[in-house]
Design a protein around this ligand. Structure first.
Ligand code: F6R
Length: 613
């Protein structure tokens, strides 16, 4: 949600800002703008719509001269997407220029105060308040650092900010709280950005700023301050992954590339954690005594990560015999959860920055629970705030709709389940060995699914089915959780209304929605429940439904008797089967979206990293 880039150095800033913003497009946005410190003062250019429109407006940046600047892609919160509401925002006298990611919750109060003190506003945004507040304090003593510090002390909410001042032609300020911001050390040039891909072309040495941190920098040096205003040392972290990880590399869309990257992502996540025939979680600092004392596990997350939690309930309860409750992060804080030192709270997040998830994590910490985060982005706020972290090694996920991060999150659930189940003695050795074998084989099995022939088959099915407006996903047990993900994928990228139900629930209400030719996707991957799911299929078929079935290869001879069309996946250990079942659903949504002419990687209204509550 919103992307920020800031640059100071010897090169022309505008093309670098545009390039950086392009790398942040995945975050979701509806307008874009830059402010460059040109020889004539601030040159601000912004526009509603895609970044390509801004690039065109300023001749790919060549129309603007200057080696210091800030850029922004805005995902509208306060005020519609428009030229006026686009960032950067200038203060009343035009001396301060600000880009902002986050939400200033008390902006109306501050705006009122500033209006009474002669400041004027051109936009509906909360960000303009920040620019004017800095100006207000700057006018008092002419110290930009001090003015910025005083201004942010007045803000409640979340912010990552880039700040320029017309009187400081060789410095830039970055500051953050509850929204991501990194600093990049270049040679004779320095950067701030919302995420690594924006600056990876120029530097691999980055600092992940903590909440309250401020960086004041020029082209050769940077001074870091903590929330108390004390100067602090920051050691850069080296980014090892290649730029190609954040590029399409010949694929038409990031989503398709990331679907294909799943075997590697799984291998990278699983392999280092299996040694000597056991699951080894070096990442964890949980003592065996603590684990033996756990009475309840909460899994807290949003969206697809929450659906991994729904699968996690079945998997962890079966292997560890501990009650597991998946709960949406946006609900967790207000549910007055019963937490204590015998409760483990597992937080799942790809970005590690999701505002609701972060807030839930902090609440769990405050209430005395042990928190364990499963996170993809190293150095993210969630990874820093949790007691323990297990990283998913999916690499950068750019498509808004998650695929490989989801798969790796699920693989960490397997690892965790086996690790705890083994320790508690609730997972018999033979079952442990069988799961371990299946887990090690999973990446190759997944590769075997991702053939051109298989994808073409699904594309063909999507070609036949893309005009359906209402789709119902049904499945039992683990499959009911996979259905939630399949349904979300279809909604978010193909804009098809779809719902997911536990198959046995249909007849308790939703079956009244089934009409002639309503598309029902029936996932039947739990062997002992296959017949029961087929009974539910017969119920919808009796009401005219058109059924696309999904099951394991060994049941082809059975499923074809009941459904209209079907998809098959290889059979694996029953608890690991969801890892394979979800893949054709991802591919199906992808081709449905293409057939419906949707922008697969950047679906409307959505942002990759949801940094507001
Ligand atoms: C759906 C999707 C979202 C995310 C959710 C949580 O494809 O990607 O539902 O799963 O916004 O995001 P993270 O995992 O970054 O906390």
């Amino acid at each position: 949600m919103c992307g920020i880039v800031g640059y100071i150095g010897q090169q022309q800033a505008a093309p670098i800002l545009l390039d950086g913003l392009a790398k942040l497009e995945y975050r979701g946005y509806d307008s874009a703008g830059i402010c460059v410190f040109s020889p004539d003062g601030f040159c601000v250019e912004k526009t509603k719509g895609r970044l390509s429109a801004l690039s065109e407006l300023i001749d790919d940046g060549k129309a603007i001269t200057g080696t210091l600047g800030i850029g922004h892609t805005r995902w509208a919160t306060h005020g519609a997407p428009s030229h006026e509401n686009s960032h950067p925002h200038l203060s009343t006298n035009g001396k301060i220029s600000v880009v902002h990611n986050g939400i200033i919750e008390n902006y109306l109060l501050l705006k009122d105060y500033l209006l009474r003190h002669g400041k004027t506003f051109r936009s509906d945004t909360d960000t303009e308040v920040v620019a004017n507040l800095i100006e207000y304090y700057y006018e008092m003593d002419g110290d930009l650092l001090c003015a910025t510090r005083r201004a942010i002390e007045k803000l409640t909410g979340s912010y990552a900010l880039g700040v320029l001042c017309i009187d400081c032609p060789d410095s830039l300020i970055g500051i953050k709280k509850n929204s991501p911001l990194i600093f990049g050390f270049g040679k004779g040039e320095n950067f701030i950005a919302s995420d690594v891909p924006a600056i990876l072309k120029y530097t691999r040495e980055v600092v992940y700023l903590n909440d309250g941190d401020m960086v004041v920098f020029n082209s050769d040096s940077a001074a870091f301050y903590n929330a108390l205003g004390e100067q602090i040392e920051k050691k850069p972290e080296h980014i090892a992954w290649e730029m190609s990880a954040a590029e399409k590399s010949g694929y038409p869309h990031f989503m398709l590339k990331e679907i294909h990257e799943q075997p590697k992502a799984l291998r990278d996540t699983i392999s280092p954690r299996i040694r000597g025939g056991r699951v080894v979680l070096d990442d964890l600092d949980l003592s065996p005594d603590y684990l033996r004392g756990i009475r309840r596990i909460y899994i807290v997350a949003c969206g697809s990560a929450y659906y991994v939690g729904c699968l996690g309930k079945y998997i962890l309860e079966k292997t560890c015999r501990i009650p597991v409750e998946p709960i949406l992060a946006s609900e967790f804080r207000y549910a007055q959860p019963v937490l204590g030192d015998d409760t483990l709270v597992v937080i799942i997040s790809q970005s590690g920055e999701t505002a609701d998830t972060l807030a839930a994590l902090r609440e769990a910490n405050n209430l005395g629970a042990r928190t364990l985060a499963i996170v993809n982005v190293v150095g993210s706020a969630i990874s820093k705030a949790a007691h323990d972290v297990i990283y998913t090694w999916a690499g950068p996920e750019i498509a808004v709709a998650t695929t490989k991060a989801y798969s790796t999150q699920l693989s960490v659930i397997y690892l965790l389940a086996m690790y705890i189940g083994d320790l508690l003695g609730t997972l018999p050795e033979a079952e442990y060995k069988s799961m371990l074998k299946a887990l090690q084989e999973l990446p190759d099995l997944l590769s075997s699914v991702l053939t051109t022939e298989y994808l073409d088959h699904i594309k063909h099915l999507a070609g036949e089915l893309y005009q359906n407006h209402d789709v119902f996903f049904i499945g039992r047990n683990l499959d009911s959780a996979t259905c939630l993900e399949g349904s979300l994928k279809l909604k978010e990228i193909a804009y098809v209304h779809s719902e997911a139900y536990a198959a046995g629930e249909l007849k308790h209400g939703p079956i009244s929605l089934i009409e002639q030719d309503t598309l029902v996707v029936a996932v039947a991957g739990v062997p002992e429940l296959f017949e029961k799911t087929m009974s539910n299929v017969k119920e919808v078929k009796a009401r005219g439904a058109n059924v696309l079935g999904l099951t394991t290869e060994d049941l082809e001879g059975e499923i074809h008797k009941t459904v209209d069309r079907y998809l098959l996946v290889p059979k694996t250990h029953p608890l690991l089967q969801p890892s394979l079942n979800v893949v054709p659903l991802q591919i199906f949504s992808y081709y449905m979206a293409l057939a419906r002419g949707c922008d697969v990687d950047k679906p409307r209204n959505l942002a990759k990293s949801v940094t507001v509550e």
